[in-house]
Design a binder for this molecule. Structure first.
Ligand code: AMP
Length: 563
């Protein structure tokens, strides 16, 4: 990016759009911009995805390969009568079929919804049901363990495509490889329009079950712009986003943004492993690396300097997102890699990076940076009638974004009221609290609600509490995020036992095991404390804030609403 202030003045979304191709019929399609456009312009031989297996061997898919594979997948969907706007879900680790399914679904004009493979059956059920999944792409192992038991409860789910099955199991559970072999390489991409739904990402709320944030094909413009100006992606680059596509970062930046910018995208099948990660950066000549604070804190614990053991000279830029990146973590990056780690901020609803530190700008350790050119961010009070903007530097308030950017979510699926509540006048209320300093840098203060960020993953208390209460011993439950030096926050439950159950280790382990099985290890509580009663407001709402203050020995604040 050129000099920030002047670039902001000259920036226009319309001008940036000229760099995209659009469809012959006048529409726009994310997969066309990410894949076919590059093949059409002679870059078919560039490696699009380098997939690194657990054993560290790797496979390359060029843009030309990806074009063929995604067209085949789109043809498979046609054969299964998946219509425009219907939804295709995935539940898989980071395997090539997931990436092919995502882009193939977009080509076919259907809506793609990725789920985190570590989810247990309950979170998967909530999402498949609410998202009216027609097709699910998954592996035989995950199907057997998590999905099979849900089929009776998911009448709309018509096909399950198993990525690793050699043959069909029945009329509903099919072998994806067989279907792909039968499908044609040619596919005319559906003429999707700017506002046609493309991606569905579930995100947690404080109340109620997860909500499905719906994004449209026009979002590709934000992916393109942020890939170019924030992640500084240039022709010939190798880029690695460590996020899983089960979360929005892993889709927007683990699939779309790098491909739209025509670079080589690294996909590692394995989970975090410090030395493996450094080896990948070295062996695959990674230029731009996009990761998260939990991983950075884990790397900081190693007792050697990575550059003493690994040649990381290709690494030009490091970015981080998902949770607050502390000043000492930014500075550690500077000392360790010779460049600061650039923090940036966004969320499921924004579809792409909104606030960031940029390579060409002074990085302020501990700050999220400045708004993306084309984005207006502000701090304000949300009052009954309108937003009152706070302009005094350093004053904390709600973080707000002026509506209208291309990747803004267009709905919470079938929850219009919940969606409307996020807006007041021209402003989108992000749910985060922040402040802005005199030089225009934004600083994260905290969440305005009880949402928990654990290892960078969002967990809604309600979802966990509801599952805990299905256990016979649990009368009531409340969840908080307990600060943790590595994973940011760990999910902690306070449980009121039903009469007849004893508050002992056996009960605790039993409830823990039950919730782990239902919710999966990424969401289930890691700590459980038994309590006689939960603090509630006079209207019966659980005061999680108070539980948290008591747990941490902090002042209890205003308790006037306490029952
Ligand atoms: P998600 O929708 O799961 O991507 O989570 C978005 C939320 O993560 C934001 O609303 C913030 O609460 C938090 N978050 C994301 N990036 C940052 C950051 N750079 N600093 C602090 N919090 C962040």
């Amino acid at each position: 990016m050129p000099e920030y202030d002047s670039f902001c003045r000259q920036f226009s979304w319309e001008n940036e759009k000229d760099s995209l191709e659009g469809l012959p019929g006048g529409g726009i399609n994310i997969a066309h911009e990410a894949v076919d456009r590059h093949v059409n312009s002679g870059k078919g031989n560039t490696i699009a995805i380098r997939w690194i297996r657990k054993d560290r061997s790797f496979d390359d898919l060029t843009y030309a390969d990806l074009k063929v594979q995604t067209s085949r997948f789109a043809n498979v969907l046609e054969k299964l009568n998946v219509a425009k706007g219907e939804s295709v879900f995935s539940l898989a680790g980071r395997i090539p079929s997931l990436y092919i399914a995502a882009l193939g679904t977009l080509k076919a004009g259907a809506v793609f919804c990725p789920m985190f493979s570590v989810f247990g059956p309950e979170p998967a059920f909530q999402r498949l049901g609410k998202g009216k999944a027609k097709v699910l792409v998954t592996t035989t192992g995950l199907y057997e363990k998590k999905i099979k038991q849900l089929l009776d409860r998911l009448p709309l789910l018509q096909y399950i495509l198993l990525t690793d099955a050699k043959q069909d199991i029945d009329d509903k559970v099919l072998s994806l490889s067989t279907l792909m072999k039968q499908a044609s390489d040619d596919y005319v991409i559906k003429n999707t329009q700017q506002e046609d739904p493309a991606l569905l990402h579930f995100t947690s709320g404080t109340t109620g079950m997860p909500k499905g944030a719906l994004h449209v094909h026009q979002a590709v413009l934000t992916h393109y712009v942020t890939g170019k100006y924030v992640l500084d992606l240039r022709p010939g680059d190798v880029f690695w986003c460590t996020a899983d596509p089960g979360w929005v970062t892993g889709t927007s930046y683990g699939i779309i943004a790098p491909l739209v910018n025509g670079v080589t995208n690294i996909v590692d099948e394995e989970e975090f492993d410090a030395t493996r990660w450094y080896s990948i950066l070295e062996e695959h000549y990674v230029n731009v690396w996009y990761t998260a604070p939990t991983a950075i804190r884990r790397l900081m614990r190693l007792d050697f300097k990575p550059t003493d053991r690994y040649d990381l000279s290709n690494l030009r830029l490091i970015h981080s997102v998902g949770e607050p990146l502390q000043a000492d973590e930014v500075i550690w990056g500077e000392k360790t890699f010779g460049r600061p780690i650039c923090d940036n901020w966004w969320q499921t609803e924004t579809g792409g990076i909104m606030i960031s530190n940029y390579a060409t700008m002074e990085v302020r350790p501990g700050s999220m940076g400045k708004p993306l050119p084309g984005i207006e961010a502000a701090i304000g009070e949300v009052e009954a009638e309108a937003i009152r903007l706070l302009t005094k530097p350093g004053e904390p308030g709600h973080l707000l974004l002026k509506t209208g950017w291309p990747s803004m979510f267009r709905a919470y699926l079938d929850e219009e009221e919940r969606y409307k509540k996020c807006f007041k006048g021209a402003w989108y209320i992000t749910g985060d609290l922040a402040k802005k300093d005199a030089d225009g840098y934004f600083w994260f203060v905290g969440r305005a609600d009880d949402i928990i960020k654990t290892s960078g993953h969002m967990v809604g208390p309600f979802e966990v509490e509801s599952t805990l209460m299905e256990h016979p011993a649990v009368a009531e439950a409340a969840i908080i995020g307990k600060p943790d030096p590595i994973i940011g926050a760990l999910v902690k439950a306070f449980v009121v036992l039903d009469s007849g159950y004893e508050a002992n280790e056996k009960t605790r382990l039993d409830i823990k095991g039950f919730s782990r099985k239902k919710l999966g290890p990424a969401v289930a509580p890691k700590e459980i404390t038994f309590i006689d009663s939960l603090p509630k407001t006079k209207s019966g709402k659980i005061l999680r804030r108070l539980l948290k203050a008591r747990e941490l020995g902090l002042p209890e604040g205003d308790t006037s609403t306490l029952e």
